[in-house]
Design a protein around this ligand. Structure first.
Ligand code: PXP
Length: 242
């Protein structure tokens, strides 16, 4: 069975937009678990634009499922991961100006940095996954550096504009997944997966985990809207009934 990791960063983004206590991504995580999430994924960014250190501590203390920390391979983040000890850490590239993670980590160009991070995290008992483009040479390096998993970047697949291009990108993912699996790596996928494009990737036999955030949080906002308005309306009607 493929695991679903629910990424709750976008709940924290809404909270941070008002610097308010709500919506709390920790509560959202607990509800995601009730809904069947097999894991919770959270990205603690250097600029703390959404998830905060407090969120990570509370997630670790309260979650009844796996916690997957997405993080840059910096010493500061490694120190935090080794203290919090999530079940899994996914190393991602991080640029201050990006809206979200853009493309996989170039593990070939940053071999020494990634290698140091993999060793430190594994020594702390944390499973390490590297977020990479579905490129065979990147997967080879990920395996050589001692990662247990690769998360193949699905943004290019998700952003395909035609059915033909989507099929082509699915083939790219299929080949990369087979290659990673043949090297003994667990294969995860993430970025841009939604209610229309996820079932096709679930048919790839090597996939072990999907990390999905934006589409789930977007749907949660919309499917929850009627009830949220109804609740407020009821308060107003009750208070103003004369
Ligand atoms: N996997 C990784 C490595 C990511 O950086 C992200 C985005 O934070 C996701 C999965 C989830 O992507 P999305 O929000 O597009 O579902």
């Amino acid at each position: 069975m493929i695991r679903l990791g629910v990424n709750i960063d976008h709940v924290a983004t809404v909270r941070q937009a008002r610097r308010a206590p709500e919506p709390d991504p920790v509560t959202a995580a607990a509800l995601a678990v009730l809904g069947g999430a097999d894991g919770i994924t959270a990205h603690l960014r250097e600029d703390r634009r959404h998830i905060q250190d407090r969120d990570l501590d509370l997630l670790k203390a309260t979650l009844t499922c796996r916690l997957n920390l997405e993080m840059a391979a910096t010493q500061a983040m490694i120190d935090i991961a080794c203290r919090v000890r999530p079940e899994e850490a996914t190393l991602v590239p991080e640029k201050r100006e990006e809206l979200t993670t853009e493309g996989g980590l170039d593990v070939m160009s940053h071999e020494a940095t990634v290698a140091r991070a993999v060793v430190a995290l594994r020594e702390a008992g944390i499973e390490v996954s590297l977020f990479v483009d579905p490129v065979l040479s990147q997967i080879d390096v990920a395996q050589r550096l001692g990662a247990q998993a690769v998360e193949l970047q699905t943004a290019t697949y998700s952003e395909a504009r035609t059915a033909q291009e989507r099929e082509r990108q699915l083939d790219v993912l299929a080949r990369a997944a087979r290659h990673a699996h043949s090297l003994g790596l667990h294969v995860h996928l993430g970025h841009g997966l939604n209610y229309h494009n996820t079932q096709a990737v679930c048919r790839l036999p090597e996939i072990r985990e999907l990390n999905i955030g934006h589409s789930i949080v977007s749907r949660a906002v919309l499917v929850g809207m009627v009830q949220a308005v109804r609740d407020m309306k009821e308060l107003i009607v009750t208070a103003s009934a004369r």
